[in-house]
Design a binder for this molecule. Structure first.
Ligand SMILES: [Zn+2]
Ligand SMILES: [Zn+2]
Length: 171
């Protein structure tokens, strides 16, 4: 479990941040600050941290690289847990809003190619400290749905044209 790998640094975290972290670990999905505050309140009606503390905790946890903030479209920021030293990118469907984590980082080093960040340093003298990359488009399910719909629409168009042809012949 991710949280257990962080036991060392966890102990030094403020109580609010630890509660936020636990709540995020339990959720296993991206949550916004408001959703987190709501969940915490449900669980601990008396001692739950307020929204301001949740925001501050999220900032702290992001800075420590324990969680990552993700911005999908114009929605409010969402947060998810990270494996130590890693970060995530997402494929975001603009139709249904579902997002899929992608494991590979286009900008980082891989076995086949040198790091894009290194290239930026050598080509432009630019030192990258962090990057954000989310990919927007249409997911497989939504694509299949629209393709089926288009097929029916094409079919309708053909039958319509057929009817017109017939009426021409009968004249
Ligand atoms: Zn979709
Ligand atoms: Zn990356």
């Amino acid at each position: 479990m991710i949280a257990s790998k962080l036991t060392g640094s966890r102990k030094s975290l403020p109580k609010g941040a630890r509660m936020v972290l636990d709540s995020l670990a339990e959720a296993k999905e991206m949550l916004s600050a408001k959703e987190l505050a709501f969940r915490l309140k449900l669980k601990n009606p008396v001692s739950a941290p307020g929204l301001t503390t949740v925001y501050r905790s999220l900032e702290l946890l992001s800075r420590l690289g324990i969680i990552q903030e993700v911005r999908l479209n114009s929605e409010e920021k969402r947060y998810e847990l990270l494996n130590p030293g890693e970060h995530n990118h997402h494929l975001v469907c603009k139709t249904c809003g579902q997002s899929t984590k992608i494991k590979s980082c286009l900008l980082g080093a891989s076995n086949e190619s040198p790091s894009f960040e290194k290239e930026l340093l050598s080509e432009y003298g630019f030192k990258v400290s962090s990057h954000v990359l989310e990919v927007f488009g249409t997911c497989k399910l939504c694509r299949e749905r629209t393709e089926n719909k288009e097929q029916t629409e094409n079919y309708d168009a053909i039958t319509l044209q057929g009817a017109n042809d017939e009426s021409c012949i009968s004249r």
